[in-house]
Design a protein around this ligand. Sequence first.
Ligand code: GTP
Length: 480
Amino acid sequence: MLLDSTQYFDRPSVVPPPDTGRIQRTIRVITQVYSTFLLVLFGLLPLAAIAYLSAFQSPALLFEEHPFHELVIWVATLEGLFVSYVTWRCYKHSGEPFLRWLTLGFLGFTLIYLPHGLFTGMAHEHMWLFLLYGPASRLFMGVCFFVGLLSYGAAVDPAGQRGRVAYWGGWLAVVGLIIVAVGVIALSPLGAHPAVRLSMEIASLVIALLGIVVVFARGIRSPLMTTFFTLSLAFFAQSSIAFVLGKPWNHMWWLAHVIFASGFFLLSYGVVSAYLTTRAFSTVLSQEELMAQLRMSNARTESALAELRATHEQLEHQAATDWLTGAANRRDFLARTDVEISRAARTGAPLSLLALDLDHFKHINDRYGHQAGDDLLKKFVSQMTTILRPSDIIGRFGGDEFVIALPDTTREVAANIGERCRIQLENNVKIVQDPRVKFGMCIGVAEFGLDGNTLEQCLSIADERLYRAKEAGRNQVVAM
Ligand SMILES: Nc1nc2c(ncn2[C@@H]2O[C@H](COP(=O)(O)OP(=O)(O)OP(=O)(O)O)[C@@H](O)[C@H]2O)c(=O)[nH]1
């Protein structure tokens, strides 16, 4: 076929759509419910440990090991400082107010908690000085996290403000004041009042629970928030319960430390994950969201590729086609006919060529105008294709000169086809209303193998016969 185009690319790979069947949807819902159930179960594990210990712990059993306690606090301090720094880096990058409060919470906790370790040696003489820094540090952190939660999703802080010394210095001063205030209260008679410690523990518990409620009430969907942050809050709340039930150095007291540390490490892990990915808590995506985005960008790539493919085909077609008539241009005709000649040489199948030239085309142009001449050329090619087979190739060599390659066709049959072409032009190609105006053409025929062994030789013989047709009075086919 003249205007066919070659398919250069494989079909685009199909992006699998999300599960659509009813069974898949049901399995999906069940899986989601199950994963939520597992998370809740994991979040409530500390309660099981607390219940177990309250039932079976011996009141006489204490683990008062000062160096171990000091070591643990030093490790916690280093971890706290590191996670505060990482959180601050995330905040510097994203400007999320939530991360500002998270940084402050981590840093404040670490600094207020430090004296709890430093005063380990005074655990007996100044028990409250030793004890009160624990709940105070956790309460400070809880308040910061809660305020951060309320500011979650608010407009990001301007880049210039994120590292302001005055801001961070101001908060460090507040933390310093808290450390001093806790010390003063601890050393005063008020410090010994159980209400002081209890009120801080209960406030931490309530604020952590409120935090969980806020996450769900606000419909916050970021995986870091719904998984790591809420789990940590759950752990903090349960650590407060254990601290209320525990007594210094008994196992419940140590368990409370472990529960709190688990929440702290979990949240640290969330921060580190944010740091290693988007450096923001809100823009870390869930696997489902990532898959959806991947599907969308795949679809975009596929459609861009299809467009590119279509443009490429169009350009290929344009480069191979005569712009006026749609016939193959000389280069494309020669390339395609060469392939057919090789095939004919290989298989021994016949192949013929027709060289065509419209009669008095210059005169037609002069008489009816160039536009009408163009019209004639277009209609001529279009009429020829009604006679030719899809495997035949028609090419325009210039002006009113055309060549047709007829694979699997002997010279005799080609001469007949040429005659049909000539009659078709004479009877069916019109550019003016007058039925008396008819056009003719000269055709020279040559067969590969009979008249020449190369395309050039065959073309030259066909051309020679075409000129003989002209000399013999035009509008005829010459095949011998
Ligand atoms: N309308 C039109 N005319 C063209 C185009 N290309 C070439 N021509 C004209 O076609 C004419 C060809 O003239 P000749 O080569 O003398 O051919 P002829 O008039 O058919 O003479 P014979 O072949 O001897 O019958 C010239 O006048 C060209 O200007 C084209 O794309 N459109």
